[in-house]
Design a protein around this ligand. Structure first.
Ligand code: FE2
Length: 285
């Protein structure tokens, strides 16, 4: 356990496949100029074919640790297991890269920790059986291709349950001394955090824009550990907002625009108050 950085830049849904090589390098150089100690990234980095290159270029240029989870787009034109295997191998060769989904909790001193899981829109909230929304995920991720609606809903629920179970493992692996916990997810864990175009997602979008399994785990942990403050960072819906279902649990959802990646906020651990956005301000709801 080492004393580590407590000022983190937060990125989400940067979709680097929408930038050409020069634009990508310029973006990384702008991040480097922020002189933060580390970056958090809540998924949708690129697509499977270019993901490893984007991650390697990030740490080569920014020269800071990158603690990340993957989003649904990161699996496009690949399989979930295949992409995770490739990224696991990459992280072994580049120590600045930490894929939170497969890492132990990162501890910074005795009181502060970071955990993270990818999460999936787990087809539990809203109307999964009647929604007319058909995501590109269902064409471009091998695990979700060519399924009936009923099969797809089953797979998504299984993926959500796996994410919830993994998150529970990570939370329970945090020492009891931890009272500031940063949780990085891709998919919003609650209906109230599932902002879409400036409002809460409707019943047609909610099945794909919320991970109820992760939300249930967070609520249970927050109730069990009222002295531990949980700050959740997520993205996926590209519309920002703040939602706090309990006094010790707050969820920030990131705004995003294809082709215009930018930092969401800088978060700093403030004793007794949790991780607060200190420079760029909280996402606007
Ligand atoms: Fe995205």
């Amino acid at each position: 356990m080492a004393e580590g950085p407590l000022r983190f830049g937060w990125l989400s849904d940067i979709h680097l496949d929408f930038l050409d090589h020069e634009e990508r390098e310029a973006f990384f150089h702008r991040l480097k100029e922020r002189s933060l100690e580390a970056w958090l990234l809540s998924g949708d980095i690129s697509q499977a074919r270019s993901l490893a290159t984007c991650l390697a270029d990030f740490v080569r240029i920014v020269e800071r640790p990158l603690y990340f989870v993957l989003g649904n787009h990161d699996y496009y034109h690949g399989s979930i297991a295949g992409v995770r295997r490739e990224i696991r191998d990459l992280c072994q060769t580049l120590p600045l890269l930490v894929y939170l989904n497969e890492a132990e909790p990162l501890l910074f001193g005795e009181k502060t920790a970071i955990v993270g899981v990818d999460g999936w829109g787990d087809a539990r909230l809203g109307n999964p059986m009647t929604s007319p929304v058909f995501l590109n995920d269902f064409r471009l991720i091998e695990d979700l291709q060519e399924l009936s609606r009923r099969e797809r809903v089953q797979v998504l629920r299984r993926l959500g349950s796996e994410a919830g179970a993994r998150l529970k493992e990570q939370l329970e692996a945090c020492p009891a001394s931890v009272d500031e916990l940063l949780v990085v997810l891709h998919v919003p864990p609650f209906k109230g955090a599932s902002w879409h175009e400036g409002a809460i997602s409707n019943a047609d979008w909610l099945p794909w824009f919320s991970c109820q399994a992760a939300g249930d785990v967070l609520l249970a942990f927050a109730a069990e550990r009222p002295a531990c403050r949980l700050t959740v960072l997520c993205g996926h819906t590209h519309s920002s907002g703040v939602y706090s279902p309990r006094p010790n649990l707050v969820v920030f959802t990131a705004a995003a625009e294809y082709g215009c990646p930018r930092p969401q906020a800088v978060l700093q651990a403030v004793p007794e108050r949790g991780f607060l956005p200190v420079l760029d301000g909280p996402p606007k709801s």
